[in-house]
Design a protein around this ligand. Structure first.
Ligand code: NAD
Length: 269
């Protein structure tokens, strides 16, 4: 099995990466940054976002694994002291096929004056006014839904629902649900301007379009990436046909991760 590795760059993560490489060599695992079967991310969820975008052209041939060197992450759920166990499972585990989970991704298609571009998000996409309130028409399945005025709009994946979306009071979605979630970022609601106010969950066969009403500078984010746009004509969000694969060498149910990350012992009856 070939693997590649990405670390956060801090000393703890770099040292753990060296330990992993040493143990992996002893067990006959081969590092191949061009064509890895498994991509290991050492750091936090942000490191996994970088790993995902680095290998997004090879998503159908790669399984990701995350080790956290800070607090427990949603994508980085192996502890540093479990690294030798992870190497043993990778080396002895045989084929990966039965030991993976697949999570849905978000497809974003942006049409601007400069042409059209398409992105895949593991966590979310956001559209914000760069220097003024965002005013945009939101359509769902080609039907006008509402006119949004406020800081911005966030569209997240189920596995990204625990990230930015959670700060916006969006619901947490189990990643086995093939869906996307639209959440408002500080919408203006008064007698003149009105939006739904709740987040919306769309199934796989639905799509949404955002049409900025005025020509304005916008900031688009896709996970950790921030891309300024001078003028956007439309943005379409839908559940991608592609999925991301995570190697699951041991079970760690999503709701346990939610509980450990956000409630911990405070949630004990
Ligand atoms: P960062 O360093 O600002 O990290 C943001 C935090 O988000 C970290 O604690 C990270 O562990 C956590 N996180 C990332 N993905 C997660 C997930 N799927 N579930 C739960 N927590 C998650 O930025 P970064 O490391 O470059 O990560 C970019 C992400 O930051 C974005 O994808 C977005 O989700 C998040 N973000 C959150 C807010 C907010 O909550 N107000 C604002 C901007 C960005």
């Amino acid at each position: 099995m070939n693997y590649s590795l990405l670390d956060r760059g801090d000393q703890v993560s770099r040292e753990l990466a060296e330990t992993f490489e040493q143990l992996a060599k002893e067990r006959g695992l081969v590092r191949d940054d061009e064509r890895p079967d498994v991509v290991l991310s050492i750091g936090g969820d942000g490191t996994m976002l970088h790993a995902f975008h680095r290998y997004r052209e090879r998503l159908d041939r790669i399984a990701f694994v995350g080790i956290h060197t800070g607090h427990l992450g949603f994508y980085a759920d192996w502890k540093p002291n479990e690294v030798s166990e992870l190497v043993r499972l990778m080396a002895d585990g045989g084929g990966l096929k039965d030991r993976v989970v697949k999570y849905p991704l978000l497809k974003i298609e942006i049409v601007s004056d400069a042409g059209s571009e398409s992105y895949l998000a593991l966590n979310e996409f956001t559209l914000k006014g760069a220097d003024a309130t965002l005013v945009a028409q939101l359509n769902i399945n080609d039907m006008p839904f509402e006119t949004f005025r406020g800081d911005g709009i966030c569209i997240s994946t189920p596995s990204g629902s625990t990230a930015y979306n959670k700060s916006l009071n969006g619901a947490l979605l189990h990643p086995s649900l093939e869906a996307l979630q639209i959440a408002e970022i500080a919408s203006i609601n008064n007698r003149v301007y009105r939006t739904l106010g709740s987040s919306l969950v769309l199934p796989k066969h639905h799509h949404c379009d955002i049409f900025p009403v005025k020509k304005q500078k916008l900031l688009i984010t896709v996970d950790h990436l921030a891309i300024p746009y001078e003028s956007v004509v439309s943005v379409r969000g839908s559940v991608s046909e592609q999925k991301v694969t995570f190697a699951r060498y041991r079970p760690f149910p999503f709701w346990n991760r939610v509980r450990e990350a956000f409630i911990q012992d405070g949630g004990q009856p």
